[in-house]
Design a protein around this ligand. Structure first.
Ligand SMILES: Cc1cc2nc3c(=O)[nH]c(=O)nc-3n(C[C@H](O)[C@H](O)[C@H](O)COP(=O)(O)OP(=O)(O)OC[C@H]3O[C@@H](n4cnc5c(N)ncnc54)[C@H](O)[C@@H]3O)c2cc1C
Ligand SMILES: NC(=O)c1ccc[n+]([C@@H]2O[C@H](COP(=O)([O-])OP(=O)(O)OC[C@H]3O[C@@H](n4cnc5c(N)ncnc54)[C@H](O)[C@@H]3O)[C@@H](O)[C@H]2O)c1
Length: 485
């Protein structure tokens, strides 16, 4: 039976827009269904606003600490509403790229509405039955809210509201010490809020290399942020209009509560059962709040209905914009042409944009030891030994590179200035299976990127220092050469 579309994409965010845009450009017949506005979390409530607020807060921090460079800034006031204005103008500048007009001009049909599957081949939206060769579910995720007594009554905000408040809370309680809690906690503290981060895990950023995460945690503490780890908020009370977080027999007064305790997939309204699309067996990729499960996919990103694909936060795993578009690119090939391509998660980088930044690719040291025992090398290069870092007083942090004994790079963790930019050199090396020696090539002096070439050189040096045979041979050779004149 003939169908109307080559592909119907459900969800117009980081993953869905890539599928819809490229498929339309390839002249496939595409419908893009979105229940709200195009752009998804990344544009409206995630990457774009958070990085914009972080930038404003960084300027505030630099101004406050400018006197160490002999720059005296008196009367440095913070206009919080203007900082939020910067956030909104960054969104407005990027939004046209994700606008319905742009996708329509590419040839996609954009349909606003929240629909559902009625059978394995049909999605109904606004009473229209959309039949297609293939479907892509890219409906993303939403904040998971812990069931803390009193929280609903007291009121709280999540990443969906935080970028729209124009009154800076004098005191801010953040529940959750993951990337959202850390990035926004530091930003608000730098913009003048008294911030307390409460996390159930034993340290901030529990998914990251412990030594690297400790550098970030120490910086946050040094900026006056109070951090309570291994702590759960037991209840929330409101007394005479004042909110209190009750944790470990302590009553913490806060003006505002930001919840950042992980995500839940957006699957409920889609009637997946009718489409024979199953969820995962466990909450893989979602944290302990993630009582709901993401969509189950195979390596080709097909759901349990092979005509229906899924990508991005809705399948759990790595919840990043660039991963959603990486997966979308696999789906385009499989859904439009032949379903043969498998998604490759071997080299997936990400960064947490605190100051210092923390960037990662590949295995942690613990994961590498688990897989390869002690047959690995771990190289640590401090920023303090990099001249440019000294010049910019950005000496905090290090690059840690983990390799097999033969030099194959297994993982890297950089905590320090511009870590999110510097990691890409290692990403490229890993993607092309280059060994660590490849990172030792010429680097511009003086740049922060030398933290990587120095790490590579440190490994060569370390191996040379252990190679007494080679040292002995060289000694003999030079003695001989001298004797010959
Ligand atoms: C505060 C914050 C900061 C972040 N910072 C970063 C960062 O710096 N770097 C990074 O890589 N990642 C970051 N992320 C993660 C990133 O935003 C997500 O991983 C990414 O947006 C996921 O893309 P997606 O396509 O799966 O979902 P989304 O981009 O959220 O798109 C899902 C779309 O589906 C729509 N939708 C939902 N249900 C339906 C339905 N039933 N019918 C139709 N449409 C529907 C939604 O309205 C939305 O438009 C951040 C996230 C947050 C919350
Ligand atoms: N720079 C980036 O790329 C970036 C930035 C922000 C968010 N993100 C994405 O968004 C996702 C969600 O971020 P997140 O920070 O909400 O989630 P997360 O799952 O990464 O971290 C949640 C944290 O909250 C803690 N927690 C959970 N329940 C708790 C409770 N009841 N009380 C106290 N603490 C509790 C956990 O121990 C953990 O430390 C991330 O996984 C990431 O993929 C990415």
């Amino acid at each position: 039976m003939a169908v109307e579309y080559d592909v119907v994409v459900i969800g117009g965010g980081s993953g869905g827009l890539v599928v819809a845009g490229v498929a339309a450009a390839l002249k496939a017949k595409v419908a893009l269904v979105e229940r709200d506005r195009l752009g998804g979390d990344c544009l409206w409530y995630g990457c774009v606003p958070s990085k914009s607020l972080i930038h404003a807060s960084r300027v505030a921090y630099e101004v406050k600490h400018a006197s160490r460079f002999g720059i005296l800034c008196n009367d440095n006031k913070i206009d919080f509403a203007k900082a939020i204005g910067h956030v909104q103008s960054a969104i407005a500048a990027i939004e046209p790229h994700d606008s319905p007009q742009r996708f329509e001009s590419l040839g996609a049909e954009v349909i606003f509405g929240s629909g559902e599957f009625v059978d394995p081949h049909t999605f109904v939206v606004n009473n229209r039955r959309l039949s297609a060769r293939t479907f892509v579910i890219a409906t993303g995720s939403r904040p998971a809210i812990p069931s803390i007594p009193g929280l609903q009554l007291a009121g709280y905000i999540t990443n969906e509201e935080v970028f729209e408040i124009t009154d800076r809370p004098d005191t801010l309680g953040i529940i959750g010490g993951g990337p959202i809690g850390c990035e926004l906690g530091q930003a608000f503290a730098r913009l003048g809020s008294q911030v307390t981060i409460i996390s159930s895990s034993d340290r901030l950023l529990p998914k990251e290399d412990p030594e690297a995460a400790a550098v970030v945690q120490q910086q946050l503490i040094s900026e006056g942020i109070r951090i309570l780890t291994k702590t759960r908020v037991e209840r929330v009370e409101v007394v005479n209009g004042q909110k209190y977080l009750i944790a470990k027999n302590e009553k913490i007064a806060v003006d505002q509560i930001l919840v950042a305790t992980g995500r839940n997939p957006n699957v409920e309204s889609l009637n997946l059962k009718a489409a024979k699309v199953e969820l995962q067996q466990d909450a893989a990729g979602y944290n302990q709040q993630g009582d709901q499960k993401g969509i189950r996919v195979n390596a080709k990103l097909q759901t349990t209905n092979p005509r229906i694909y899924a990508c991005g936060d809705v399948i759990g795993g790595y919840q990043f914009t660039h991963v959603a578009s990486h997966e979308a690119n696999v789906i385009i090939r499989n859904a439009l042409f032949l379903p043969i391509l498998k998604v490759d998660y071997r080299v997936i980088p990400w960064a947490t944009f605190t100051d210092p930044e923390l960037a990662r690719v590949g295995l942690t040291e613990a994961e590498a030891r688990q897989r390869y025992g002690n047959n690995i090398d771990v190289i640590i290069q401090e920023y303090a030994d990099v001249d440019r870092a000294q010049a910019e007083a950005a000496t905090q942090g290090f690059a840690k590179i983990i390799t097999k004994r033969n030099g194959e790079i297994l993982g890297a963790h950089i905590v320090g200035a511009a870590a999110g930019e510097l990691i890409h050199e290692i990403v490229l090396a890993m993607s092309h299976k280059l060994k660590i020696s490849a990172l030792g090539g010429i680097h511009i002096y003086p740049t922060l990127a030398e933290v990587i070439s120095k790490a590579a050189f440190a490994r060569t040096q370390e191996r040379y220092e252990k190679n007494h045979t080679l040292q002995g041979l060289l000694e003999k050779m030079f003695r001989l050469l001298r004797s010959l004149g």
